[in-house]
Design a protein around this ligand. Structure first.
Ligand code: ADP
Length: 578
């Protein structure tokens, strides 16, 4: 029932190419039927040799070759059809999943894990490709072969035919034990273990700069190693479970001739005629087909489990709730930000943001400060609606951000992140990402305002230089300035900023570029260094997801709270550095 519905789903993805899948089955079945004919000619050849009649041997030989070639050609035709349809299905699944991801909250990838997502989209759709392109046509062939063999029984010797079917039945029985419900659960565990390993590998590689900087070793490996261990434990137990059935199965399907010989000795030892020997020869010749067919059926079962699991995984992505979006955006009256009683938890246990209320007047610069893990980034992400809060709301210019369409909201907010992401494209294209219809002049203007003149000058092809090729790399500080240029080009009225200055050389330039960018805008700064916040109109001090205090630098310094303490520590560290 479930298999049927999965197949139906796959065919929906195939669209107009559906009929190619069905054609491939017919061609594959036809090829399997034709593949049996050469064996009849080979039997004839043996028969004639025994009778000492050589007149038709060459003719029979050629006929056998011809039918073998025809069978092969028909099979290739079938595979061509099945591949056309299968690739279409895999592509459509990928397109649908990727489209769906764009409707999800931006922050969800952090929770889900990008490695896991990549694996689901790439590999699960790939699994459907193998299934549709190879396994299903092979299944059609594998059904026809035993039927053809049964028919041939009547032409040759039904007793031998039945004997040759005994190992087939035994192998079938073993096969069912290897592909039951239990194995489906195992297959799911296998895929889960693979997903986790893939996710941790991505996280591990991403964390390499941190590992190198802080000289961490064993601990950084721990999680990744744990997933590898879990996978290897799984693989060993799975292999052990299959050891016995697989041994019996392989023995059974490769021992058809042994059954035949034993059968003849037992049942006909007094009565072995030339014809019986000839028929025995025929069945021994034809047994490899039985072996190949059963092997195909066996891997088909395994692949069916993989495909069922793949479809479930793809559905798990498609079933993720898209972020609600209004049909029409309400227009904010200004660019003030009001947060009312906001609460958010990543895990449903500890609140990363707990009942936070605050107001940021239009065109003011505010900073969120607080110890690491106090909720600064989470609060800034909620303002940009990277994900929705559990309770409370956020208003921009008096309008709930949930009443603003995603694209409009993104036009109101620019981001300058600490880890600026540059893609492998020209500087021009990188900057233009924030406003794809920008003219060249606009891009040049943004680059100049963001103090990027020196970066462009030193590159071989100016702003058309592709980053990451021929040794053209930009430093962290330069990447920050390029991302400021990006924000400059977008010129959104609200700025969400989390820049840590990379090096002293860049610091002045980044600061200058940033103060130009923030002119006349509402700015939310996540402060990683207190020196950058002293000029903010208001500083909000966060602790454990709550606002501990707020005010200007001077007032907070006097208040002798967490901020004053942090400021003292900061000054000590500056002195210490000097
Ligand atoms: P800050 O920016 O002040 O360092 P964050 O907003 O990043 O703090 O984190 C606030 C709290 O939320 C911390 O306890 C942190 O461990 C938790 N947190 C942050 N990101 C995630 C995430 N993706 N999944 C689970 N917990 C998270």
């Amino acid at each position: 029932m479930k298999k049927d519905s999965n197949f139906k789903k796959l065919m929906e993805y195939a669209g107009n190419h559906k009929y190619l899948t069905y054609t491939s089955w017919i061609l594959s079945a036809l090829s399997a039927a034709v593949a049996l004919i050469p064996f009849i000619y080979i039997w004839e050849i043996v028969n004639n040799v025994i009778k000492n009649d050589t007149s038709k041997l060459i003719h029979y030989g050629w006929m056998a070759v011809m039918f073998a070639v025809v069978s092969l050609l028909v099979y290739i035709g079938g595979l061509m059809c099945s591949h056309l349809s299968a690739f279409r299905v895999a592509t459509n699944i990928r397109i649908k999943a990727i489209h769906h991801i764009t409707t999800l909250p931006l922050g969800f990838m952090d929770k889900f894990g990008s490695g896991k997502m990549r694996k689901i989209i790439n590999e699960s759709s790939g699994a459907t490709e193998t299934y549709l392109a190879h396994q299903l046509p092979d299944k059609a062939g594998a059904i026809v072969t035993p039927i053809g063999l049964l028919l041939l029984l009547f032409f040759f010797d039904w007793k031998l035919g039945l004997l040759s079917l005994i190992p087939v039945v035994i192998a079938f029985a073993i096969m069912t034990t290897m592909s039951g419900k239990n194995m489906q659960v195992k297959m799911k565990e296998y895929q889960n273990a693979l997903d986790d390993m893939s996710n941790e590998a991505v996280e591990y590689i991403r964390g390499i700069p941190v590992v190198k900087t802080f000289g961490q070793t064993v601990f950084s490996f721990k999680k990744f190693k744990a997933t590898i261990d879990r996978y290897s434990e799984w693989a060993i137990s799975y292999t052990k479970d299959l050891r016995l059935p697989m041994t019996f199965y392989t023995t059974a399907i490769n021992a058809v001739f042994a059954f035949l010989i034993a059968g003849i000795i037992i049942f006909c030892h007094n009565n072995i005629t030339d014809t019986l020997l000839l028929d025995l020869m025929f069945y021994i010749i034809i047994t490899p087909i039985i072996t190949v067919t059963l092997n195909k059926l066996m891997f088909m079962n395994e692949n069916e489990m993989i495909v069922n699991d793949a479809m479930e995984r793809i559905d798990s992505v498609l079933n993720l709730q898209p972020m609600s979006e209004p049909n029409k955006s309400d227009v904010p009256k200004d660019y003030s930000i009001t947060i009312n009683n906001l609460t958010y938890s990543y895990d449903g246990q500890k609140n990363a943001i707990n009942k936070v209320s605050l107001t940021i007047p239009s065109k003011q610069t505010v900073a969120f400060v607080g110890p690491s893990g106090s909720g600064k980034s989470t609060l800034a992400s909620l303002i940009s609606r990277f994900f929705d809060s559990d309770s409370g709301n956020i208003l921009i210019g008096g309008v709930d951000i949930k009443s603003i369409k995603k694209n409009d909201l993104m036009n109101y907010i620019s981001f300058v992140f600490q880890n600026s992401q540059l893609i492998k494209a020209s500087i021009y294209d990188n900057v233009r990402l924030s406003k794809p219809n920008a003219s060249r002049e606009e891009v040049i203007d943004a680059l100049n305002k963001a103090q990027c003149g020196d970066i462009i000058e030193k590159l071989p092809d100016g702003m058309d230089t592709i980053i990451g090729t021929k040794g053209t790399y930009v430093s962290g500080g330069e990447a920050q300035r390029l991302s400021i240029a990006r924000a400059m080009l977008k010129n959104a009225p609200i700025l969400d900023e989390a820049t840590a200055f990379a090096d002293p050389d860049n610091e002045t330039k980044v600061q200058e570029a940033f103060s130009r960018l923030s002119k006349g805008k509402t700015v939310v700064m996540i402060a990683h260094r207190l020196s950058s916040v002293t000029n903010a109109d208001r500083i909000f001090v966060l602790k454990d997801g709550e606002i501990e205090g707020s005010g200007t630098h001077e007032s907070l310094e006097k208040a002798n709270g967490l901020y004053a303490h942090m400021w003292e520590k900061y000054n000590q560290s500056v002195c210490w550095k000097v």
